[in-house]
Design a protein around this ligand. Structure first.
Ligand code: F6P
Length: 329
């Protein structure tokens, strides 16, 4: 399929990978902007899996009414392993063509963008990505939709834990999501006044944890919170708890926040960025951009080549870690 600015008459929009709060405002912005430009919009349900099943419905202005404040995604999402195989991408291109869909907007993370890149390279389908993941870990953009809401949800949860930790003079390990990224852990660490943050895929510094806690207790602290970045699989906190008890004689409680962080009403920031990105994505594809992403850099949305957004971003952890340490003395 070959398309140019002039030939885009209809668009597909899908959400892919882990959902994130803000996907709905993005879908709303895509649909309303496209219809405003005279472009038909088709919702592709359940991500790439739904595309392969032909789970496609035309959307109207009212299809996206009253969703700006809702978490999750009205289009549903999936992690589609089949899409890694070229024969499935060929089938996807045929389904798009059969439905007269000239271009695709993909809301998701780097894995979803890789699928989009292949679809473009192999079949010429114009694609524009909107970064949506709570992990905020995509290269080429400083921000991904959902991160702020996840941080806020986790912050509220840690505040609650702090209350009960103080009442019982306890130490808690609170494990947050983020997969290989420590982004959520670091921001939550700052925002909750955590005593220590365990970073993703880094050795746990047990000596430092026990020293930090002992120092706090000595100066009268009645609770300690250690934020743990989950890393590649959730549950690391239980391993840390066992080591602390066995080798350091330190008893701690564990709370794994889990998927509570992925749900909930998007914050104003996530609604704003999602709305701007949805609007920009449609204009980009309408103006003939073929393989691009709406990125958020230096305070605003810009359009960048999709190739810039395929890998995970190198995390800058030092300044936030230093801040947490400086303020937890
Ligand atoms: O979408 C990102 C994310 O929430 C990660 O933070 C987490 O590690 C992962 O997804 C969990 O995925 P799933 O819901 O498929 O278990």
């Amino acid at each position: 399929m070959e398309a140019s600015a002039k030939t885009i008459k209809s668009l597909g929009v899908l959400c892919s990978g882990g959902d994130s709060p803000g996907m709905n405002p993005a879908v709303r912005a895509v649909v309303r902007t496209a219809i405003g430009l005279g472009i038909d919009v088709f919702g592709i349900y359940r991500g790439y899996s739904g595309l392969l099943e032909g789970n496609i419905r035309k959307l109207s202005l009212s299809s996206v009414s009253n969703i700006i404040q809702r978490g999750g995604t009205i289009l549903d999402s999936s992690r589609c392993m089949e899409f890694y195989a070229s024969e499935h991408r060929q089938k996807a291109a045929q389904i798009l063509s059969k439905n007269h869909i000239d271009g695709l907007i993909i809301i998701g993370g780097d894995g979803s963008f890789t699928g989009a890149m292949c679809l473009n390279q192999e079949h010429g389908v114009p694609v524009v990505g909107i970064p949506g993941t709570i992990d905020n870990d995509i290269s080429g953009t400083e921000y991904t939709i959902g991160f702020n809401t996840a941080v806020q949800t986790a912050t509220n949860a840690v505040d609650n834990i702090r209350d009960t930790a103080s009442a019982h003079e306890r130490t808690f390990l609170v494990e947050v999501m983020g997969h290989k990224s420590s982004g959520i852990a670091l921001q939550v660490g700052v925002c909750t006044g955590a005593e220590h943050v365990v970073l993703s895929n880094q050795p746990v510094d047990y000596e430092k944890i026990t020293n930090d806690i002992a120092k706090g207790v000595a100066r009268g602290k009645t609770s300690s919170i250690i934020i743990v970045a989950e890393g590649e699989k959730s549950g690391l906190s239980y391993e840390i708890k066992d080591v602390l008890l066995k080798h350091y004689n330190l008893s701690v409680h564990v709370c794994i926040l889990g998927h509570i962080q992925r749900g909930g009403s998007p914050t104003a920031l996530d609604r704003l960025v999602a709305s701007k990105m949805g609007y920009a994505a449609v204009h980009a594809i309408h103006q003939g951009q073929q393989v691009h992403v709406t990125a958020f850099n230096k305070g605003d949305v810009e359009i960048v080549p999709l190739s810039m957004c395929l890998g995970r971003r190198n995390e800058i952890v030092a300044p936030q870690l230093e801040l947490i340490r400086a303020l937890a003395i």
